[in-house]
Design a protein around this ligand. Sequence first.
Ligand SMILES: NC(=O)c1ccc[n+]([C@@H]2O[C@H](COP(=O)([O-])OP(=O)(O)OC[C@H]3O[C@@H](n4cnc5c(N)ncnc54)[C@H](OP(=O)(O)O)[C@@H]3O)[C@@H](O)[C@H]2O)c1
Length: 341
Amino acid sequence: MTGYKVAIVGATGMVGREYIKILEQRKFPMNDVKLLASERSTGKKVTVNGQALVVKETSPEAFKGTEIVFLAAEADISRQFSPIAAAAGAVVVDDSSAFRLDPKVPLVVPEVNAEDIKGHKGIVAGPNCSTIQLVVALHPLHRVNPIKRVIVATYQSVSGWGAAAMDELRLQARKVLDGEAFTPRIFPYQIAFNVLPEIDKAMANDYTKEEWKMSEETHKIMHASEIAFSATCVRVPVFVGHSEAVWIEFSRPMSPAEARDILSRAPGIRIVDDIAASQYPHPLAAAGRDETYVGRIREDTSLPNGLVMWIVSDNVRKGSALNGVQIAEAIIKRNWLKPGG
Ligand SMILES: NC(=O)c1ccc[n+]([C@@H]2O[C@H](COP(=O)([O-])OP(=O)(O)OC[C@H]3O[C@@H](n4cnc5c(N)ncnc54)[C@H](OP(=O)(O)O)[C@@H]3O)[C@@H](O)[C@H]2O)c1
């Protein structure tokens, strides 16, 4: 293998495992790969590019000589290790929420704001999964006809919580069908055959932190703090793939045909939009795919300059690991590995 010295923190988790798959699929140039996780996983073997690698405990020494770190663990782990890895000379692509809103850290979706990576100080953040697919679809439209207001309702799969939530849905679904009792562990109520309008903690204004993150991150990535924004984020019993119903108010009228035309030429988007023929995006069709799917594009009949659309993407791929690998590819392509660009 020729290329870069890479480390994956959280290599045993859902996003970490997807990182390994995507790095292999895209033939990412790596000549050394360190797999890091908690001490619980020390000694486990994971195959990368046909080689069985031993998972090690994450420690400051592990980053010595590493050039690119993909961090796929919780925010407190990132707060602890990302600055250490950056100080050791690596660029950290961080999937956690730790640094997303730090003004010194670029928050990047390469289709939208790859240029923001330039001048990084060793850490580049990837957004929340529900934000990524939204801005991939909003940005091309905003460039043509500035967006004034966005209302979004999300339908987020359990994999957005992590691997343990998928196990919980699987187990609950079996128990419900078999008429057996169980106690919910991850979510406050049963998630199988149910929907829960609560993702992340409640905030003082009764929005949830997930809803707030979508708003703040969208403003930061699109450089458009003027867009009025309101989200309702809902967990649904789907394994992989987040869906979003989005109401967009533009500065001027935009027809569904014009939006379809713009989005069909935008990077990372696939249009599936023929309701009469039951053609629209849905999570089962988007799972395992790289694109952000857009459909159900139609006039918002409640206001003059409005459109409604339905956006679906694989939250573990484009919503996290794929976006992280694309950030690293953008860094390499532009020779921005070292801080300051
Ligand atoms: N799931 C998504 O769709 C999604 C989308 C965007 C961003 N993210 C973000 O990506 C990150 C990972 O999410 P996930 O869904 O992959 O979670 P996950 O499946 O629960 O995996 C968590 C990973 O973190 C590791 N870890 C735990 N404690 C650690 C420690 N003290 N030191 C080093 N590693 C430690 C775990 O290792 P062990 O196996 O050893 O415990 C595991 O590899 C989170 O910050 C999440 O917010 C997730």
